[in-house]
Design a protein around this ligand. Sequence first.
Ligand SMILES: *Cc1c(COP(=O)(O)O)cnc(C)c1O
Length: 361
Amino acid sequence: MINLSLEIASLRDELLAAISGVLDGGAFVLGPGVRALEEELAAWLGVRHAIGVASGTDALHLALRAAQIGPGDEVITSAFTFIATAEAIAYTGARPVFADIDSRTFNLDPDAVEAAITDRTRAILPVHLFGLPADMDRIRALAARRGLKVIEDAAQAIGASVEGRKVGSLGDLGCFSFYPTKNLGAAGDGGLVTTDDDALASRVRALREHGHQGGYRHALIGFNSRLDALQAAVLRVKLPHLDAWNTRRRDNAARYGRGLAQSGLTLPVEPPGLRHVFHQYTVRAPDRDRLRAALGAAGVGSNVYYPIGLHQQESMRHLGPPPRLPATEAATAEVLSLPMHPWLTGEEIDRICAVILSSLK
Ligand SMILES: *Cc1c(COP(=O)(O)O)cnc(C)c1O
């Protein structure tokens, strides 16, 4: 599915030098290396503030807290995503409200979001799933009309954009993950919150460090959620390569698209104006489990992201009877993610396509 050793091998000497630099420098948590990464990422993403935190999950949690979302509030999000999206809402005491997806893009359907708004709704939390931006034009217009915050879960989509503007710069707050398998991965956990709002940024900075506001003054109950210098050093080595890596993912996706054009499978789409960064290349197959078995028998990895909608997860039972989400439920039954990473070769993709075509015959 992914091959991290090729990514490490391609930068091994630079990574080792950066890691030794941290060991010799003696600043291990936050410090100048983290600050430098934050500045580089803010410039790269086109935002005023980028704040390093301990994980993508914490990025979502602290962003929601900074937006002062808490008990009694509702936050509308997708059920077709990784569990962390809804967990972060639950951590604040607010209620995750699941709206259905657009079955072509796998992202939130703005009409379903609008229908889910109540007097308690405070924010919309779109997920840019698999690397494709959500329909931010309509979500932002809706949020502006109803006075709601927009918090982007961009964990899978660093470098994706809408009309040239990168995700993470499109809402009030953006949240990224540097989990090792993400398009920009650390050698451990890490995350980032982005915003153009100075007040939100200073709240996130305080929240990641026990509410600290300088001089051992603590105005709010915060957390220990800091990015460490080793992760920042690894990320600074990798960041200059991210554009090229995302382009290789897109080239790989295009090759899959040519190879599978006649397969009858439903292939990923890229609506006009959006740049997809293919964290996953996810197809829909009515007979998904048989296709997955055929790939496995030929030695080809594949995975189901995600087999269960969050509305049907046991950990969300406290929310009461789950809503009916037909597009989400159909997707969980049909999706299959194929191998995707920047080091996948054309020959490998052609072979995967051949296995798929022969299994569908
Ligand atoms: C990975 C991921 C997260 C959580 O990030 P961590 O760094 O693993 O905590 C949140 N949302 C989505 C959509 C993700 O893919």
